[in-house]
Design a protein around this ligand. Structure first.
Ligand code: FAD
Ligand code: SF4
Length: 470
């Protein structure tokens, strides 16, 4: 099929259809229907093929976007998927969960006047379709070395590191404390954004490629760092950030106050039918207030809706325009019945005689002038204190690096915020202050995005290959 250069005028940007609201409100399934070949082709054909594609530069892994859009339009799916894997380890995941409005699609030349090309959904379409066609990475040309690398963490950083290593003949053995791979892709991000089968399929693909997984294995508890350092040629740390941030509110440890991640993880265990789900937190019949305005807060409100909470409120201290979460997911949450209350800051948690949460003392805020980074800080409005009633409160204020006593004696330097120091530049990319240990993803940059973790995992693998002289 030849390119129609006026397609962007003739054909509007179309996002995939969403499932009906009555299903979305109760089921833990992806809300978007897949593109058909015809839809994916028509949308891909809207690409102008810009000589200097801004989308490609804005994409953290610098995907060859115009090229694979063209291949998708021509129905050359296997060539498209091969090309997309040259820069991205998990394109089907990025297509689903990247905040495209801030990344590739935000930079698309058509964005302002005609609507950006639906890059993310075509990326997802290509990979899903290729898997359905039986595509698997071709490993026949790999020349195996005798080197092996231990990877701690099967999140996107660890998996991407393993991907590049195994394609270069180095054996990766990935350790994770969870029973399935994916890290936050599996246990943090709910199935209505990313169905669990996606990572189960990837585990099978990676295993066939030669990646070994040792799941249900926590480093520092089930296996020691010392053993990994003596048994392997290098170690990669892709351990994420798991310390839940709190606001320091009075009564924030009361019954009925929950941290976001344990709430989401317990729900995923239930959805996946996994054992060991002793702490399932059920919001059925409750009035739930989620504090925060990022991706995690959006996932908590939408999970509460699906658990049949009677009312779900998201309270955020800035306004809608200044919310850090994806605009797409904010819109989806509103459609699903979540009520948003902006410019509100919590002061303390109210409890009853039994110590159970009854509400939150709130104060209204106004946004002050922008600081040096352009961010407007909320200022409290005197005399505006009031109470919002709640049966359950979920704290979704983000994450900080967790402490890792098992790493302390190995000379791995941390910065002031507890992030692992692993510079992207230097003799070996993403090497820590211990020459044999590399790191990447959230543990290095602080909690961020799937695609940036992928980027760092891949680059760290290049650093490891140089270090091992492979
Ligand atoms: P992780 O994904 O956290 O993986 C780290 C892995 O290390 C985990 O599996 C953990 O079990 C394992 N581990 C840690 N310590 C040990 C140990 N001692 N032994 C064995 N295993 C260990 N990003 C987006 O781009 N889009 C989104 O829509 C989005 N939504 C999000 C929603 C939520 C609720 C959260 C919390 C985050 C979201 N993010 C999103 C951010 C994104 O998920 C992370 O930035 C990304 O997963 C970081 O990847 P990582 O590999 O560095 O760490
Ligand atoms: Fe866009 Fe993310 Fe895909 Fe890059 S990886 S093209 S930013 S959806």
């Amino acid at each position: 099929m030849s390119q129609n250069i006026y397609q962007f005028i003739d054909v509007a940007r179309v996002d995939p259809a969403k499932k009906p609201l009555n299903i979305r409100k109760i089921e833990f399934v992806e809300i978007y229907e897949p593109f058909t070949q015809q839809q994916a082709g028509a949308q891909a054909d809207r690409c102008l093929g810009c000589g200097n594609p801004y989308c490609e530069w804005k994409c953290p892994v610098h995907n060859y976007i115009p090229q694979w859009l063209k291949l998708a339009n021509e129905g050359r799916i296997i060539e498209a998927v091969e090309l997309s894997h040259q820069t991205n380890t998990l394109p089907e995941v990025c297509g689903r969960v990247c905040p495209q409005d801030r990344l590739c699609e935000g930079a698309c030349t058509l964005n302002d006047d005609f609507g950006a090309v639906t890059i993310g959904n075509v990326e997802k379409y290509i990979t899903d379709k290729a898997f359905k066609m039986g595509w698997k990475p071709d490993m026949s040309a790999v020349e195996w070395t005798d080197k092996k690398v231990a990877i701690i963490g099967a999140g996107p950083a660890g998996l991407s590191c393993a991907d590049i290593l195994v394609r270069n003949g180095v054996k990766p053995v990935v350790f994770d404390r969870y029973p399935e791979i994916g890290g936050l892709l599996t246990f943090g991000i709910p199935s209505f954004k990313l169905e669990k089968e996606v990572m189960i399929n990837r585990r099978e693909i990676f295993t066939e490629m030669g990646v070994e997984f040792q799941l249900n294995t926590e480093v520092g508890k089930d296996i020691q760092m010392e053993q990994l350092l003596s048994d392997y040629d290098a170690v990669f740390l892709g351990v994420g950030t798991y310390k839940n941030m709190r606001a320091g509110l009075e009564n924030e440890d009361a019954e009925g106050v929950y941290d976001a991640l344990p709430f989401l993880v317990s729900n995923t265990y239930r959805v996946m039918g996994l054992d060991g789900n002793k702490d399932f937190t059920d919001m059925k019949g409750k009035k739930v207030v989620v504090l925060g305005g990022g991706d995690t807060a959006m996932d908590c409100v939408r999970t509460s809706v699906r658990q049949s909470a009677t009312e779900v409120i998201c309270a955020y201290r800035r306004d809608a325009a200044n919310m850090p979460g994806s605009k797409r997911e904010y819109k989806n949450a509103r459609e699903e019945g979540v009520k948003f209350m902006f410019n509100l800051q919590p002061l303390s948690i109210n409890i009853n005689e039994q110590g159970q949460v009854t509400g939150i003392n709130m104060v209204r805020t106004e946004l002050g002038s922008p600081d040096e980074a352009g961010r407007r800080h909320p200022e409290l409005v005197e005399g505006s204190e009031h109470v919002i009633e709640a049966d359950a409160v979920i704290m979704a204020f983000g994450f900080q690096p967790h402490s890792m006593p098992w790493l302390e004696q190995y000379n791995v330097e941390l910065d002031q915020r507890g992030r692992i120091k692993a510079p992207s530049e230097g003799a070996f990319q993403f090497q820590t202050s211990n020459a044999k240990i590399f790191a990447g993803g959230d543990a290095v940059r602080g909690s961020d995005l799937v695609v940036t973790a992928i980027d760092e995992g891949r680059k760290a693998a290049e650093g490891i290959l140089d270090y091992l002289e492979v």
